[in-house]
Design a protein around this ligand. Sequence first.
Ligand code: SAH
Length: 697
Amino acid sequence: MKTFCGRANPTTGSMEWLEEGEDYDYHQEIARSRYADMLHDKDRNVKYYQGIRAAVSRVKERGEKAIVLDIGTGTGLLSMMAAEAGADFCYAIEVFKPMANAAVKIVEKNGFSDKIKVINKHSTEVTVGPDGDMQCRANILVTELFDTELIGEGALPTYEHAHKYLVQEGCEAVPHRATVYVQLVESKRMWSWKKLFPVRVEAEDGEKILVPPSEMENCPGVPSVCDIQLNQMPSSDFTALSDVVTMFSVDFSKPVQSASTYYRVQLEPVKSGKAQIVLSWWDIDMDPSGMINCTMAPYWVKPTSTLQWRDHWMQCVYFLPNEEPVLQGEELYLTACRDEYSVWYSLQKAREGENKADGGEHQAGVRVESPVCRCRAHLLWNRPRLGELNDQDRTRQYIKALRKVLKTDSVCLCISDGSLLPVLAHYLGAKQVQCLQPSRIDLYHPYELWQAFLKANHLEDKIKIIEARPELLKPSHLEDKKVSVLVGEPFFTTSLLPWHNLYFWYARTAVSAHLASSVTVLPQSASLHMMIVQFQDLWRIRSPCGTCEGFDVQTMDDMIKDSLNFRESKEAEPHPLWEYPCKSLSDPQEVLTFDFTKAVPEHCLSTEGSVNLLRKGKSHGAVLWMEYHLAADISVSTGLMQMSNEKGNCEWNPHCKQAVYFFSSVIESEILSDPTAVTYAINFDTKTGEIAMDFKL
Ligand code: SAH
């Protein structure tokens, strides 16, 4: 079987569909999976084990045989816990074939083959009866089908089906119950992921204010969940407007309904402010009494308890459709609507004459339909991108650089996706401004949105959008003029890794014939930087586990290792490092530079060198990022922003993902008088736009 994988080509900026063997998909799935992270989640594992033991005991006390149904068994872990706790038989269901195969091996290795039957099916395909997959219905239901939003991986329909067809009435469920909590907050930082704030530009002829298109004002944004490591959000970046309240809970031991519904709670603001964001997380009680509780609550909820780090479950940020001013003590209602797979929120003020007891869907203001972006701006600008465009310090750097290079007779061409640079260039006095937004053209046309945006700012006839790919640019597009200033952020929506934005260089090369001989290119160059780091926690997602709660899961470790090595050269992976603290063990080092004043060369760019480990610690990997040199003395970094030198704590660009290359084995540096050196070889293949790297410890 063949699969087609979509991937942007960094040399053309467009999506290409590559034919890959069946193995490719599976290795990607395993290599990037969260299984390792789950196995490292001690708090989760311990509590599941406690809950499972308690459930098995309760069934045994009733004098019944303990028959377990484990839906989504993965490595078989929860079934092995049940078997070890004395369950008579376990049906371990796993839909993903490679995992089901792994579960069979792991179960066998741990000596539970006679107690656990692994079934490679989706739970809704499982049959019960003398000739079925299961001999009889189970009386213990064990699952771990939750994502950060609790229901995003389809837990509700799976439970609904299991209660109807696979388990006995009155069964014990581990977890027994899940509860979703919310807190209303004001946060300029998080709100900047949904709204485009006005941009102020000091121009020759006074201050100009760039405003978002009005369609964006009331747009609910995109429905996809915004899940982040909320524990990395400093308390100075938001203000709590309400206490933490329980939004809804689901009892997994009773029939579950997955059909769309809504929940409503009364809220009393503890502070006046602008209601913008609903922060949300959940906890699961492993037993009916609620004594065994596993929570995703962020640091400020129970400051005394130790936090378990995990990446497979984080916290959610929901954006209210509109910002709503609220007063301390006033009566508010928060509504959570959900369908089978997702949740969204709206806020209502209690109005006079309204029947408060009737929290019904007939009440005005309850939005039951799921949020879809109507303005299309949220498709052009995703959340981190909006955050970036709203970053005033960053904008200031670009303005400063544009001021240096623009003249009144400048013919300016901008190549970047959804960039505000053309508008800035116009305000700062460029005579003629055109823009190319190349990579989006294949996905959908941002043209109309861009028109609306220009219209909102009365710029329709000032800035021209060229609907052509760079290589198809004709002199007529440029009114037969040569470009004197070529600008780019650079930013392209199809980029995955930091260096994919080097597409700007390829586009620049493609439009060479249209550039004046004295053209100024902004940025004039880019550089790739690298640093060796010790992660506080992120190492867990790629680190072997060995044994988990006494069970040998090495088969899983080997499988992940195989998948990571599936392609000869290991790949770097993108991670937003502001969410994943690390300390630097080496100085940051500039490893490659890219000269945008010249065309992309034919030959590869490569470098070799070594870097000293200057601090004590574990070298988990290398972090790589790009810096853009806009003009003399003005640079922007998409990676490291600051580093505290004594401890090596790093501050990362909050809008960008950096590239992380995990070392296959960790080295510990101890002796600082004779620092260990890590040697590297890095190669930028100008034909493919990809960077390959190798490190030797
Ligand atoms: N139970 C394991 C793994 C949990 S990950 C543990 O706790 O460590 C969830 C697994 O459930 C994934 O492997 C996924 O493929 C599987 N899965 C999700 N929904 C399923 C369903 N309805 N039927 C069968 N497998 C399912």
